[in-house]
Design a protein around this ligand. Structure first.
Ligand SMILES: NC(=O)c1ccc[n+]([C@@H]2O[C@H](COP(=O)([O-])OP(=O)(O)OC[C@H]3O[C@@H](n4cnc5c(N)ncnc54)[C@H](O)[C@@H]3O)[C@@H](O)[C@H]2O)c1
Length: 286
């Protein structure tokens, strides 16, 4: 299968990730269709995107005309049928396998047979999602990092039946979005989370084992290992609940003890100490 030239991009779900991906797409000059479950949520996403682009204008990273042109290329909808002319659709809805399977099955009936279907899932199997359609060769993972407009990496995740053309087309889109794409296969955690989640869990366990404070552990890893940010500050930024969820998902698949969330962080989650977003995690925030 040789893929189409990608000119029109669809983004399903305009939450934290989808809005960022849609922003990248319009900045890169793609006609972009964004779908939310309600017009109100779509409008909220557009406002967020408009706000971030205005900040870029203020910082002289783009002109006011470029901002207007980018925003004009974003078409919001609540109808899946509006993806009919998209060459690539990137799914960024809730992290729920059933919801994604239903969406992919519905999309297959709408988009052209050669359109690429991508998922931004963090922890589900791209191959399992691809089984929702009769043409799994055009399904791929495009795993962006949060916040998508700022984090340079996108993992291009090859599912069991993805073709080379699909992989390369998604890779090229990642590059045009200004990202640094890498290619990998569909294994639990892909690359970054497979490395980072057990490492962060080790860090959390070491808090108790070495009786080191979060502040000192962060100093140890920034000053001694050259990390740009300490592990406790990082988990606070990601969200304690998000980290626990990702750890549980990896543990469920790999059954390696290091993947399991340490009891200390599970207790923090239950106590509502979710990190930056709740004002308190390992550290307190204003
Ligand atoms: N947040 C992260 O750090 C992060 C990083 C990488 C990947 N991801 C993955 O990206 C996906 C989205 O995560 P998020 O953090 O943006 O979630 P989110 O809850 O912020 O956004 C999801 C959005 O999808 C919308 N939605 C749900 N079903 C829909 C449908 N059928 N059609 C259109 N819109 C629909 C919801 O209204 C919501 O606005 C998940 O698969 C997640 O695992 C998240």
């Amino acid at each position: 299968m040789s893929g189409p030239e990608i000119r029109r991009v669809g983004v399903v779900g305009l939450g934290a990730m989808g809005a960022g991906i849609a922003q990248l797409a319009i900045e890169a000059g793609y006609e972009t269709v964004g779908r939310e479950v309600s017009g109100e949520l779509g409008a909220k996403a557009r406002d967020r995107i408009a706000h971030f682009l205005q900040r870029k204008v203020d910082k002289e990273q783009m002109s006011a005309d470029e901002r207007e042109a980018a925003l004009a290329s974003l078409f919001l909808t609540t109808e899946l049928a509006d993806f009919a002319d998209c060459d690539l659709v990137i799914e960024a809805i809730v992290e729920d396998l059933q919801a994604k399977l239903e969406l992919f099955a519905a999309l297959e009936g709408i988009v052209r047979p050669d359109a690429i279907l991508a998922t931004n899932t963090s922890a589900l199997s791209v191959t399992e999602i691809s089984a929702a359609v009769s043409t799994p060769e055009r399904v791929i993972g495009m795993h962006f990092f949060n916040p998508a407009p700022l984090m340079p990496l996108v993992e291009i995740v090859r599912a069991e039946l993805s073709t080379d053309e699909t992989v390369e087309a998604a890779f090229a889109v990642g590059a045009r979005l200004g990202k640094r794409p890498i290619r990998c296969h569909d294994t639990p955690g892909f690359v970054v989370n497979r490395v980072l989640i057990p490492l962060l869990n080790d860090c959390i366990r070491i808090l108790d084992e070495a009786r080191v404070t979060p502040q000192d552990l962060d100093t140890a890893m920034t000053a001694g290992a050259g990390w740009p940010m300490g592990p406790c500050a990082l988990v606070d930024l990601v969200g304690i609940d998000v980290h626990v969820h990702a750890s549980e998902a990896l543990y469920e698949k790999l059954r390696e003890p290091r993947m399991a969330p340490p009891p200390r962080i599970v207790a923090m989650k239950h106590a509502g100490l979710l990190g930056r977003k709740s004002g308190r995690g390992f550290f307190t925030y204003d």
